[in-house]
Design a protein around this ligand. Structure first.
Ligand SMILES: Nc1ncnc2c1ncn2[C@@H]1O[C@H](COP(=O)(O)OP(=O)(O)OP(=O)(O)O)[C@@H](O)[C@H]1O
Length: 252
C-alpha cells in the first residue's frame, strides 16, 4: 500500500502509510487508537481509504473486480467478530466457506480440518452460544482459515485465549506464515516475539518502527525505557524515538 489515508469524520486514523508485506507473519503493534484496526479494515476491503492505493495479491482494491477477487482469497478475523449464536461451529464455518466460494465438494473436509487446527474438533457440533469467549475467538480464527487464504488478517486474535491456547496459536501462525501473508494486530508483544517474522509499529496513524522482533528486542537491550522484557523496552523506546521532536522526518 502507498500513501494510505483513512479518516473517520475529523479524525485522521492513518496518515500516509506505505507498507509492503510479503509472505510471513507480520505483527502490527501500537497504542490504543494508533490505527491498527483502521489499517486491517481497509486491507480486508470492508472500509474505503480516503487516499492512497492498496494492492493485494496483485489486485487493485479500488476496482470492484479486484475487490471481489481479493475477498475470495482473503481470511479476516475482525476485532468484533459477528457470528450466529444458534449455528453450530460446523454450520458457521461451512457458511463462511460458502461465502468464500470454496467448491461445495471440498467444504466438509475443509471445515473439519480448520476446526481441528484451532483445537475445537470435539466441539464441532456444539452451538456457538454454548462456547466460552476464548472458544468463540477460535471459531473466528477457523472461519478466517477455511478458504486457505493467501492473505490472512487477524485483529487481536489472541484476545481471550488462555495461555496454552496462545502458545498453540503461535505455532499455527508460524505454520501459516510459511505460505501466506499474515498480518496480526496485537497488544501482546510476547506474541510478536514468539510468532512474527516482521513487526510494524504504528503510532497516531504513522509508521513509528519497522523491523524484526529481534531488532526491536535489540533496541530494548540498549534502552532504559520501561518494560519487563527487551521487546517491551524496544516497543517503548521506538515509540519515544518516533515522538521525539524532529524525529518524524527520519522515520520511514
Ligand atoms: N468509526 C469511527 N468513528 C470515529 N472515529 C473512529 C472510528 N473508528 C476509529 N476511529 C478513530 O480512529 C483512530 C484509529 O482507531 P483504530 O481503531 O484504527 O485504532 P487501533 O490501533 O486499532 O486501536 P485499539 O488498539 O484501541 O484497537 C482513533 O483515534 C479512533 O478513535
Amino acid at each position: 500500500m502507498t500513501g494510505l489515508r483513512v479518516r473517520h469524520r475529523k479524525t485522521v486514523a492513518l496518515d500516509g502509510v506505505d507498507l509492503d508485506l510479503g509472505t510471513g507473519v507480520h505483527g502490527l503493534l501500537g497504542p490504543n487508537g494508533a490505527g491498527k484496526t483502521s489499517l486491517i479494515r481497509v486491507l480486508a476491503t470492508v472500509a474505503q481509504p480516503s487516499g492512497g492505493r492498496v494492492e493485494i495479491l496483485g489486485r487493485d482494491t479500488a476496482e470492484q473486480r479486484g475487490r471481489t477477487e481479493v475477498r475470495r482469497r482473503l481470511g479476516y478475523l475482525p476485532q468484533e467478530f459477528g457470528h450466529y449464536p444458534g449455528f453450530t461451529v460446523r454450520e458457521f464455518v461451512a457458511y463462511v466457506a460458502w461465502l468464500k466460494e470454496v467448491p461445495a465438494a471440498r467444504v466438509p473436509d475443509a471445515v473439519a480440518d480448520v476446526v481441528a487446527r484451532v483445537g475445537l474438533a470435539d466441539r464441532i457440533d456444539a452451538r456457538i452460544r454454548t462456547l466460552s469467549g476464548g472458544m468463540v475467538r477460535r471459531v473466528g480464527i477457523a472461519q478466517a482459515l477455511v478458504n486457505e487464504p493467501g492473505v490472512l488478517l487477524l485483529d487481536e486474535p489472541t484476545a481471550g485465549l488462555d495461555p496454552e491456547q496462545r502458545v498453540e496459536f503461535r505455532e499455527l501462525l508460524r505454520e501459516l506464515g510459511t505460505s501466506a501473508t499474515v498480518l496480526v494486530s496485537t497488544h501482546l508483544v510476547e506474541d510478536v516475539a514468539a510468532a512474527c517474522t516482521e513487526v510494524t509499529l504504528l503510532d497516531a496513524g504513522r509508521i513509528a518502527y519497522r523491523g524484526t522482533p529481534r531488532s526491536l528486542s535489540e533496541l530494548g537491550e540498549v534502552s532504559d525505557g520501561p518494560g519487563d522484557h527487551p521487546i517491551e523496552r524496544g516497543y517503548t523506546a521506538a515509540l519515544r524515538a518516533h515522538r521525539a521532536p524532529g524525529a518524524r522526518e527520519s522515520v520511514r
